[in-house]
Design a protein around this ligand. Structure first.
Ligand code: G1P
Length: 293
């Protein structure tokens, strides 16, 4: 039986939806309350037992490396001010047992290409892919749920969720047959189809556990009309050789790649944040009254 120790975080993409906020700062560093999106993704991976974090970075993404690095200067200042609780928060950004590795994707050529850039670091073992702009809230964390399923079936697992058919052009969409309530045996997968061509209402939700066999199917994938090398066609091709499962995770997905999803995540997380939930809840309540009125 395999276990999963490595996760790939593709963070080289250029964001257009949050400009100008993301002109010089990566979208993965946008905060939900007080933590950047990438940190939520890393925490989910660590909770799932991942010990090697592979960031596929690009131009202007240094700040992500700095975020996960030890910051002697900040710790020193906080210590001098007697702010021990904040020192711990800063130190806990990356647990000591985890290892971070960075690989550059010279051009933002798509998710499939980003995963290929990590091939040498992954070698011949299964691995996770975590897209930080999909913020997934679940208990147990969604990647842990997926790795659990993976260890049971020894095959690739894709997190999926049901969506409105009009949203098909935003997702990789699977075709398949339910094995049980949450597990779908995938028979096909298409990247962002028109609603009338979507094979189902199940879309991929930014978490993958993949067998290393994916690499031989990724290499032949050609760029689409926008020059993007997608991961989806490689998974579709892998279906000829291997079982792939879709897993309807238990939890909530916030699509923080869109303004609306980002706002929803901010509000929901604020309503659970011990420092602000009460005053924010009261304020929101009064605001909703105003909006209704
Ligand atoms: C990527 C994938 C897509 C998947 C989506 C999940 O698209 O290509 O298959 O459904 O992530 O968020 P992106 O949102 O990066 O355009």
């Amino acid at each position: 039986m395999f276990s999963v120790h490595k996760a790939v975080f593709p963070v080289a993409g250029i964001d257009t939806r949050f400009l100008p906020a993301t002109k010089s700062s990566p979208k993965e560093m946008l905060p939900i309350i007080d933590k950047p999106l990438i940190q939520y993704a890393v925490e989910e991976a660590i909770a799932a037992g991942i010990t090697e974090l592979i960031f596929v970075t690009g131009r202007g993404k240094r700040v992500i490396e700095d975020h996960f690095d030890k910051s002697y200067e900040v710790e020193h200042v906080l210590m001098a001010r007697g702010m021990q609780n904040l020192v711990e928060i800063v130190q806990d950004v990356m647990p000591r047992h985890a290892k971070c590795v960075y690989v550059r994707q010279a051009e933002p050529l798509g998710l499939g290409h980003a995963v290929l850039c990590a091939q040498k670091l992954i070698g011949d073992e299964p691995f996770a892919v975590v897209l930080a702009d999909d913020l997934l809230e679940g208990q147990p964390p969604v990647l842990e749920q997926m790795i659990h399923l993976f260890s049971h079936y020894d095959c690739s697992v894709l997190a999926v969720e049901e969506f409105e058919s009009s949203e098909a052009p935003d997702h990789g969409v699977i075709d398949g047959r339910h094995w049980d309530e949450r597990v779908i045996s995938v028979s096909g997968i298409v990247e962002k189809p028109a609603p009338e061509n979507a094979p189902s209402n199940y879309g991929i939700a930014g978490r993958y556990v993949l067998m290393p066999g994916i690499f031989e199917h990724l290499r032949p994938v050609r760029p689409d009309a926008q020059g993007q090398i997608h991961l989806t066609p490689a998974i579709d091709s892998m279906l000829k050789d291997e079982q792939v499962l879709g897993y309807e995770f238990v939890g909530t997905r916030y699509d923080c790649g869109t303004k609306l999803g980002y706002l929803k995540a901010t509000v929901d997380f604020a309503l659970h944040h011990k420092e602000v939930r009460d005053p924010f809840g009261a304020w929101l309540h009064s605001r909703v009254g105003d909006v209704r009125g």
